[in-house]
Write a protein that binds this ligand. Structure first.
Ligand code: TXA
Ligand code: MG
Length: 367
């Protein structure tokens, strides 16, 4: 693949050019430790609208504002808030910089285009040093959704951004592969009557949030049962969509082979197992009619047969590596033209909560 001219190394020179492009209302591909963002000046209404247009995102789905310091972040929220909000803000903002987005009542100066007309705003200080250096050059917050076309897999390299938005962006700053690889955890500050609530699982787990707050944090499964591009109404807490992050290749979740004997498909094994075995079987002439890709989190205990290819996300059995490699491998699978992807199912604990959440969405194809 030819290098894309708009991908720029993260030198002082190019960061200054990126800052200038943002000041002029242009879009820039921004590396963060979670995923790449499609960044624009969050105080410029036209620039924010350009994000929605480029992504094909409905205007009722709000954006996250990114800044480099907690002082700048605090100025985006309501001037006056309750002791409860204030306490939670102090504790949660102490986890920044990092893969955490905090939602609270917004300051009157925050554009309605950013919040989709709602009275709350989502704010994040990313940990990526290049993102923070760029944000430090700016005196406005940067609005940035994940730099994927609506409903497609989020980008974890500069090339992914160029693949989707090569024409729309002034430049993409190359910050390497994203270290976390999944979108940030989103938590609401709540109110005196409502606990802080996780709207999207991510790199900062509910356990970490609970420990930081010293009180229970709700793990919400509030999801909106529509595709991102089909939503019509404005909702108080837009949160998430039930189908999102999908590769084009149909994806199904299967149980990982943990080393126990493979059941005979003709026996009274559970239906799911039988189906899987028959799907994976080669045809009578020895060829595989459908090209099925098997993605395993960790190296399988024995060779797997019946698949066109078997890919392993972490040969060192590291969950963070699974998360970091997941999106890039789903995009690669799409490029290589398989008929179906079968990927490990996982338990929703720790970072596994975020992985399980993304995969369950990706496996829910509507058509
Ligand atoms: O890791 C991330 O969060 C990345 C990087 C670039 O920072 N950004 C990201 O943005 O994932 P986006 O737009 O793809 O996802 C943000 C989610 C959306 O589901 C949106 O509905 C929700 O946050 N959101 C934003 N503002 C909100 C608000 N005020 N209330 C409820 N949900 C909100
Ligand atoms: Mg997104």
């Amino acid at each position: 693949m030819n290098p894309t001219p708009k991908i720029s190394p993260p030198t002082e020179h190019f960061l200054r050019r990126a800052a200038e492009a943002l000041r002029q209302g242009q879009l820039v591909g921004l590396p963060t430790e979670t995923v790449y963002g499609l960044a624009a000046d969050g105080s410029n209404s036209e620039a924010v609208q350009a994000i929605y247009r480029a992504k094909g995102r409905p205007s009722n789905n709000p954006l996250i504002l990114h800044v480099d310091t907690a002082q700048k972040a605090r100025r985006l929220f309501a001037e006056q808030w309750s002791d409860v909000e204030d306490h939670r803000w102090r504790q949660l903002s102490g986890l920044w910089p990092g893969p955490l987005t905090i939602i609270g009542r917004k300051h009157s100066s925050v554009l309605p285009e950013v919040t989709a007309g709602g009275d709350t705003v989502a704010v994040r200080i990313p940990a990526h040093p290049i993102a923070r250096r760029l944000l430090g050059l700016l005196d406005f917050p940067v609005a940035a959704p994940s730099a994927n076309v609506s409903n497609y897999v989020s980008p974890t390299t500069a090339q992914h951004v160029a693949d989707g938005f090569g024409r729309e962006v002034a430049m993409v700053i190359d910050g390497g592969s994203c270290e976390v690889g999944l979108e940030s955890t989103i938590v609401t500050l709540g109110t005196e009557d409502e606990s802080a609530t996780v709207l999207r699982a991510g790199g900062i787990t509910v356990e970490v949030l609970t420990a930081a707050l010293g009180e229970a944090v709700l793990d919400s499964d509030r999801r909106i049962d529509l595709r991102e591009d089909q939503r019509t109404e404005t909702l108080q807490a837009p949160g998430q969509f039930s189908q999102h992050y999908s590769p084009r290749t149909p994806l199904i979740l299967v149980d990982a082979d943990r080393g126990e004997p493979v059941p005979d498909p003709r026996s009274d094994a559970p239906a799911e197992r039988r189906e899987k075995a028959s799907i994976a079987m080669p045809t009578a002439d020895g060829s595989d009619a459908r090209r099925i890709l098997r993605i395993c989190f960790f190296p399988p205990p024995r060779p797997m047969s019946g698949y066109a290819e078997v890919w392993v996300l972490s040969s060192s059995k590291n969950w963070c590596e699974v998360a970091a490699n997941l999106y890039a491998e789903l995009r690669r699978a799409d490029r290589e033209g398989f008929d179906r992807i079968e990927i490990d199912r996982c338990e929703a604990n720790g970072i596994g909560r975020a992985i399980a959440d993304r995969l369950s969405r990706a496996s829910r194809h509507t058509s």
